[in-house]
Design a protein around this ligand. Structure first.
Ligand SMILES: [Ca+2]
Length: 536
């Protein structure tokens, strides 16, 4: 994998150029097939035969052949909440049982280096969802959908730009949503044309989630919410299955099932709740009783779920509960896969399982996701469907929101040039090209400090992944800490290599690349707080 360079990231430029070329090819073919099918009046809403998930520049002649490929695919997105990537990794270290997620990974490609970019406050779920829906880095999105409570009331839930569901809806897709919506009621109303069991908020008692039926007026008055006594994962799955059973089948569909499991409270029904005896849970290798240096959010809500110092006994109980709710969630995903199979959707439906962020659960002395270690930034991502290789894995770097242009590309919808996300299609092809040679991670506390330069987050974490290397820079109330890990030999991020003279050049290059990525992403933080010369 290419290393970061000091000035000209040639692999990145080449990758971008190839992707733009591919998009131009696809756009040309879509335009040609559209004209052939319906004349010059446009093809929104018409099922345009096309290949998808091929990852190769299509042959122009193919556009003139009879369609021997599936129609525009249905898209099912199973979006989970606070699910660690480790819960779907195959390997001896995984303790949780997920037979249905394994079934899905056997049908598709598992992205083992998929990340959430991060966020500007403790509720990382919110910017994560906003990025997936828009394909934009959260730095360039309005607070109204990434940090709702900090925006003026009139701007909360407001974003005028295109979104995945709105673009698919305009292209003729039926769009249906169930589950957790964390970006404001107006934003939901502007997106989906159908839904049920919609939960507006960040977290809830899983057995009494306040949910709404679909409201065509878009108002979603709080007084209209009901609290069914069904576990949230079952409730949202029930709504999704009802949608699949009731639909007329005329249009392709986008079905988004946004689970609020395994977010705490980590409760699950019998027998899942007692499926994993705490005393049998193995502690992670990077269990610590407390985080070893100051980072900004050591007192955020997630971190207060257990007292400090952490003890092995308490962490084992948290992990046991977590594994129970994950296996329960897996059972609901199994119901989804069964229904899709029984109704014959397997041939023309892409199924995506993706998490919004990870979770520490005792690693590095932390419990939450307000950091950028692997446990909290890396997420599950499995993509399965026609044209996608079965049972394969990819190690190339990508973001959750890279799914935005990926899905649009499959569905034949043009992607705007200003979108930050990059299509995963080249990664899913047999050649498995990289789309991101390096990748920025970042977290800032919502709590601000007054400084001579103006308000600044109390704590700022920024990191870069490149090949086997991971750099983390931390600034917390004036205290700087640097960590450099070799993830290949040290996947638990335990051994800091930043002081090794032999790695001084590598560290310097990574710091320069970090500053470049921050600027490219529109990050408002000045890399100078990490003593990086921003002009380099
Ligand atoms: Ca989350």
């Amino acid at each position: 994998m290419p290393e970061p360079t000091t000035s000209s990231p040639a692999p990145l430029r080449d990758s971008l150029r190839r992707m733009k070329d591919l998009r131009r090819w696809i756009a040309a073919i879509l335009a040609a097939s559209c004209l052939l099918a319906v004349g010059p009046t446009g093809c929104a809403g018409d099922p345009t035969p096309q290949t998808f998930a091929s990852g190769v520049a299509p042959d122009l002649d193919a556009a003139h052949k009879p369609p021997d490929v599936p129609r525009r695919p249905n898209i099912v997105i199973l979006f989970t909440d606070d699910q660690q990537a480790a819960t779907v990794d195959r390997g001896v270290l995984r303790q949780v049982r997920t037979p249905n997620i394994d079934r899905l990974s056997g049908r598709g490609v598992s992205m083992r280096s998929a990340y959430v970019m991060g966020g500007p406050h403790g509720a990382v779920c919110m910017p994560s969802r906003a990025m997936l829906l828009t394909g934009m880095h959260h730095f360039r999105l309005p607070r109204g959908i990434t940090w709702t409570w900090s925006a003026p009331p009139a701007e909360r839930g407001r974003h005028d730009g295109p979104t995945l569901p709105s673009l698919l809806r305009d292209a003729g897709y039926e769009t249906f949503f169930t589950g957790k919506w964390h970006n404001g009621r107006p934003f939901f109303a502007a997106n989906f044309e159908g839904g049920d069991a919609i939960f507006f908020g960040g977290m809830s008692d899983h057995d009494a989630v306040p949910v709404h039926e679909f409201d065509p007026t878009g108002r979603y008055e709080a007084s209209n919410a009901t609290r069914p006594d069904t576990h949230s994962s079952e409730l949202f799955t029930d709504a999704a299955l009802e949608f699949l059973r009731d639909r007329d089948g005329e249009r392709p569909f986008l079905l988004m099932v946004s689970y609020t499991a395994p977010h705490d409270p980590r409760t699950s029904p019998k027998p899942f709740a007692s499926m994993y005896p705490p005393e049998e849970v193995a502690l992670p290798a990077n269990f610590m009783s407390a985080h070893p240096f100051p980072i900004g959010d050591l007192d955020v809500r997630d971190e207060r779920l257990a007292p400090l110092p952490r003890t092995p006994e308490v962490v084992r109980e948290h992990i046991a509960d977590y594994h129970g709710i994950v296996t329960h969630l897996d059972a609901q995903i199994g119901r989804m896969l069964d229904e899709l199979d029984d109704r014959g959707f397997a041939d023309d439906t892409v199924v995506i399982l993706v998490g919004d962020n990870g979770l520490a659960l005792g690693q590095h002395g932390l419990l939450g996701k307000q950091n950028i270690y692997e446990h909290s930034s890396r997420v599950p991502m499995i993509v399965a469907g026609p044209g996608v290789p079965a049972g394969e894995t990819r190690d190339g770097l990508c973001y959750v929101h890279d799914l935005f242009p990926t899905v649009l590309e499959w569905c034949g919808v043009p992607v705007a040039d200003n979108v930050d996300a990059r299509s995963l299609v080249p990664m899913l092809s047999p050649g498995a090209e990289e789309i991101r040679p390096t990748l920025l991670l970042g977290y800032s506390t919502g709590a601000m400090l007054d400084t001579p330069d103006g308000p600044r987050p109390k704590g700022v974490l920024r990191g870069v992944r490149s090949g086997e290397w991971k750099l983390i820079e931390s600034w917390c109330e004036g205290v700087r800490t640097t960590r450099l890990f070799d993830l290949e030999s040290d996947p638990w991020e335990l051994q800091d290599l930043s002081e090794l003279p032999a790695l001084a050049d590598r560290l310097a290059a990574l710091r320069v690349e970090l500053a470049r990525l921050m600027r490219e992403a529109g990050d408002p933080i000045d890399p100078a707080i990490f003593a990086i010369d921003a002009s380099s």
